[in-house]
Ligand binder design. Sequence first.
Ligand code: SF4
Length: 405
Amino acid sequence: MAVCTGCSLLCEDIELVFKAGAISQVKNLCRKGQGHFQALFTQRSKPMIDGQEVTLDQAIGKAAEILKNSKSPLLYGWSNSTLEAQIVGLELAKKLGATIDNTSSFCHGILMERILTGKIPTSTLDDVRNYADTSVFWGADPSNSHPRHLSRFSYYPRGEKRQKSYEEERTCIVVDVRKSATARLCSNYYFRLQPGGDAEFMEALLTVLDGKIPKTGDKKRILELGSILKKTEYGVIFPGRGFVNSLQDKMNLFEKLLAKLNEITVFKVIPMVEHYNTRGFNQLLLDKTGFINRVTFRSGIAAQEKSLVATAKSCDAALVIGSDPLSDLPFGVAHALAKIPLIAIAPHRSLITDAAKVVIPAALSGLEVGGTALRMDGVKIKFEPVIKSEHSSDEQILTKIMGAI
Ligand code: SF4
């Protein structure tokens, strides 16, 4: 049985047969996971310096030299690395006096911090399967981002207290700006938002939960939603990237909504982080430094940078691992990164490997390398490699770079 690291659900029930260098049979893998496993055989990166193929040791030596000579290095990525590799990465950041961060600075970090510090109540996905009667996907479309979410945990399974499941005992609600695939699935419970209208919708919902008529929005529909939430026995809100991007500095309003819901019934929150070990990195940083992201060791002790955009614009070298900030991050950040010496530790060719001064090929973390990671709900999942690989793991590469500095 294999674990899929295609998303933060880390499905543990995958059965695979490989024949003649290809996947010949699969069981329980979704289409996204299928693409993830197929990546084992596509566009693998090679050790390079300035676009010329070199040996692995030469690439590692050059990476160490760049980092050693850098006055303000940035170590970025980590959400697709095992906990074991992240631990070495954190040691490297301390040794270099570097800033370390993952992708959550631009998406779920602001919410994850509240979850990990206990300001917002959370639960496990196993509790969702066993007890939840209402799941609210807010700015999230699990049918595409986490394709087995509904079948394994939130809608279709028969849990300990939800034997009648989606036919009678579970309600799936979608609050979103567009009618997504998940919204079409539970069309009676789709609540449309205006782009950027999450805070206003939340305020209207709070008014309804206070027993009053809202002044804005589709009053009838918001009253209907309020009534479903009040009747819920065990509810879970799954905020997606759309939710976080829209709400930003108004996250206190969400805390207020949860406090109100929990006066009436039970409501928890599980952030729909996308990469398989995003939460692991945030938890590790919190445990070791007291911050969940944007940690800098510039002054010798851990401190938090105000903005990753500013850090990316002021750093003079960057090591990027398991991530492609040139295609994922805002243009200003990508533009600043493209101008400095980049070291890319990556299993595949991508924009970042094409732009990097040094490319270090890595094994596909989770598929060619075993280790541990935290699922989106914080449950630790251990996995073994599903296929043998000639490539080094992130952990081995980082350890060699440390040794060479
Ligand atoms: S839902 Fe996610 S972890 Fe599960 S099989 Fe699909 S991609 Fe893999």
